[in-house]
Each structure stands twice: as C-alpha cells, then as structure tokens.
Design a protein around this ligand. Structure first.
Ligand SMILES: Cc1ncc(COP(=O)(O)O)c(C=O)c1O
Length: 164
C-alpha cells in the first residue's frame, strides 16, 4: 500500500487484484507418484525404490553427498541435531514459541534447549536475546520462522562461527 492511500476496507484500491488459486493441492502428477508408490506393493522404503530415488534426486538437486528421508518434521529435526553430533550437556538455542517437534530431538540427544526471548511484533527470536544466551556450551541455534514470518537473519550471521 502506498503511503497516504485509503485502505480497501474503507473504499481504497485493492492490493490483490488477481484471484487466489483454486485451493486444490494435488493434481495428476501427485496421483501418478502415489500410484507408482502403491504399485511397488510395499510401503517399507527399503523394499521399494521410490524413497531411495527421491533421496538420490534431492541430494543431486542440492549438490550434497547425503539425503535422509524422514516421516515428519520432528524426525527431520532430530536427525539434524544427531547428525551434528550434539549430545549430553550441549545447549541449543531456540524459540519458546514453536512446536514440540523442535525440542524433542534436542532432548532425545540429552542436550538442553535454551529459549531466547521473542520479538513482540513477529514472535520470532530476538537476535539480542540470542546473543545474551550464548555460553561456552552453546552448540547450535535452531531458528524457527513462525507462522510465515521470516526470522531476522542478518545479526545471526555475526554469531561466532563455531555455532551451527
Ligand atoms: C516449527 C516446527 N517444528 C517442528 C514441527 C514438527 O513437525 P511434525 O508435526 O511434522 O513432526 C512443527 C510442526 O508443525 C513445527 O511447526
């Protein structure tokens, strides 16, 4: 909205002039993938080829040596924390407003979640608070972009390099 213009609510011009999508989330391509998965006659990833192919394609797309498929966000965060070698007594700074899944992997590894304060306008972690919670035991920072609000990245780049 340009400064000084009237809100659409009050008769001003609409910001969005094109229609939203249909809301339909899956189409023929997804149905084809689903059919191929079911036609393998197994949902165990090791017996079929779909998940292995997905991991290979994903790793190639991002030019990385490994890709691990997981069944949930919780499991993926746990894999990430474990893969980084985070263990007993290590501290991971994260947000106090998040899903349980952000914490489960940290706790399962015997590490300690440390909560940074959040910005009252975005509910994302306040970089100043993050810095205040860094200790010699801090191993990682798990950033949560809450409800589509991008967390502030710029100051995070200034954090010490030994924090993941
Ligand atoms: C920030 C965050 N972390 C972790 C999770 C856990 O994901 P899942 O429910 O797929 O295990 C969620 C789920 O909403 C999430 O919003």
């Amino acid at each position: 909205m340009t400064s000084g213009s009237e809100l659409a609510l009050n008769g001003g011009p609409k910001t969005k002039t094109t229609p939203f999508g249909t809301g339909k989330r899956f189409g023929t391509e997804e149905l084809q993938q689903l059919r191929e998965a079911l036609e393998q006659n197994t949902l165990f990833y090791w017996s079929g080829r779909k998940v292995k192919q997905f991991c290979a394609d994903f790793a190639q797309m991002y030019d990385v040596p490994h890709c691990v498929a997981t069944s949930s966000g919780t499991a993926s965060l746990h894999v990430a924390v474990a893969a980084l070698g985070i263990g007993a007594g290590d501290e991971v700074i994260t947000s106090p407003i998040t899903d349980m899944g952000s914490l489960i992997g940290i706790l399962f590894q015997g590490a300690i979640p440390v909560f940074a304060d959040v910005d009252p306008h975005t509910y994302n972690m306040d970089p100043t608070s993050i810095e205040a919670r860094i200790t010699p035991r801090t191993r990682a920072l798990m950033v949560v972009h809450l409800a589509g609000n991008l967390a502030t990245w710029m100051p995070l780049w200034l954090l010490p390099r030994n924090i993941i």
